[in-house]
Design a protein around this ligand. Structure first.
Ligand code: DAU
Length: 351
């Protein structure tokens, strides 16, 4: 299959492409406009493969998107391009509406035109896979899990924009018959994540001996999913998911933020015996809470497990250890990724 992947230079998108090229026979057209969080070095291990092509295109540019479809005639689309950082969405929602809502609309329309032009048999095999987030469901209390039936109740400009894009995808399936599948995942972590999100920011700041900001009391809970497990799940859904269906993807690893940060500190103490910053826990700093901060996310992934046989391979402990070691071994990558773009300052308080 020739798969058009949007956002393939991003954290999750690049993991998907590395998986597609290394572990499957599919070919990939990577459509990415290389925003601050996009980085082609995430694809160094696969970029010379003849089954991989890169197109520097913004999904909001409908003419350029149309050209990509006409030139490459994909069998499927995996739509991962998105603005993804909640704190940035609080400071500046506009890019989130553009990329996540308008960009998804443009991808859907280009996919629909392309799909309608395909011969009948190929039409049946075509898929538009929209990759989304569990944040569309809003916040959980201390009990319960998000299922595919949980009503949408997004809290941030980011999650509202992703909820809007999910609604568009379902509408294009019901109204036009576009063969869509949709996935909603929990918090991802792993190599190549831009160091603005909790886990990579904590690791890189701890390494530099900088304060480790914990919002509020650190009592908020996230359900952590190792990015390569997610990439594998996405390909399973693309290949075998049922048209029109939604699948929740989670790591079955709920942790309080403060426990995540403390575990990272302990791993850093162990890995970096000579560091002046040991014990790294002394760097933890409680800071003003995020506006509209969702208390808890936790995914019920039984549908994808039962229907498609997927389950995560990593535990949080094994995945986090790998991640910490990756960041320690790839400090240069992190320095280059943020150079001139982000210096670890607090985001999301302009609201
Ligand atoms: O649940 C899936 C979502 O997970 C994805 O859709 C989003 O794109 C992704 O960014 C992530 O959203 P979160 O807001 O949960 O991730 P973040 O890493 O920003 O924050 C994780 C938790 O840690 C959250 O409760 C806020 C807190 N936090 C975050 C940062 C950056 C801190 O306490 N300190 C920090 O410095």
């Amino acid at each position: 299959m020739k798969i058009l992947v949007t956002g393939g230079a991003g954290f999750i998108g690049s993991a998907v492409i590395r998986h597609l090229i290394s572990e499957t026979q599919h070919s990939v057209v990577n459509v990415d406009c290389l925003t601050y969080a996009g980085n082609l070095s995430t694809l160094d291990q696969v970029s010379s493969n003849p089954r991989y092509v890169f197109e520097k295109v913004n999904i909001c540019d409908s003419v350029a998107v149309q050209n990509v479809f006409e030139q490459h005639r994909p069998d499927a689309v995996m739509h991962l391009a998105a603005e993804s950082h909640v704190d940035r969405s609080i400071d500046g929602p506009s890019a989130f509406i553009q990329t996540n809502v308008v960009g998804t609309y443009i991808m859907l329309e280009a996919s629909r035109r392309h799909w309608q032009s395909l011969p009948f048999q190929q039409q049946g095999a075509f898929r538009f896979h929209h990759i989304s987030t569990d944040e569309v469901y809003g916040s959980l209390g201390d009990e319960g899990l998000f299922t595919e039936q949980t009503p949408y109740d997004p809290s941030s400009p980011y999650s509202a924009s992703k909820a809007a894009s999910d609604h568009l995808v379902r509408a294009w399936n019901r109204t036009y018959g576009l063969p869509t599948v949709l996935t909603n995942c929990s918090n991802n972590y792993g190599p190549f994540q831009y160091p603005e999100k909790l886990i990579p920011l904590t690791i890189t700041s701890a390494l530099a001996g900088k304060p480790l900001p914990v919002y509020g009391k650190g009592e908020n809970i996230r359900d952590w999913l190792y990015v390569d497990d997610h990439a594998r799940a996405l390909v399973v859904v693309l290949e075998r998911g049922r048209i029109g269906e939604t699948y929740n993807i989670g790591g079955n690893s709920e942790r309080k933020n403060i426990d995540v940060v403390r575990t990272i500190c302990a791993l850093m103490d162990e890995a970096n015996q000579d560091s002046n910053h040991r014990p790294h826990e002394k760097l933890i700093t409680f800071v003003k809470d995020r506006p509209g901060h969702d208390h808890r996310y936790a995914i019920d992934a039984s549908k994808i497990r039962q229907d498609l046989g997927w389950s995560p391979a990593e535990t949080f402990e094994s995945g986090l250890k790998k991640t910490v070691h990756w960041y320690l071994a790839n400090k240069e990558w992190c320095d280059q990724a943020v150079a001139g773009r982000y210096s670890g300052e607090r985001l999301g308080l302009k609201g």
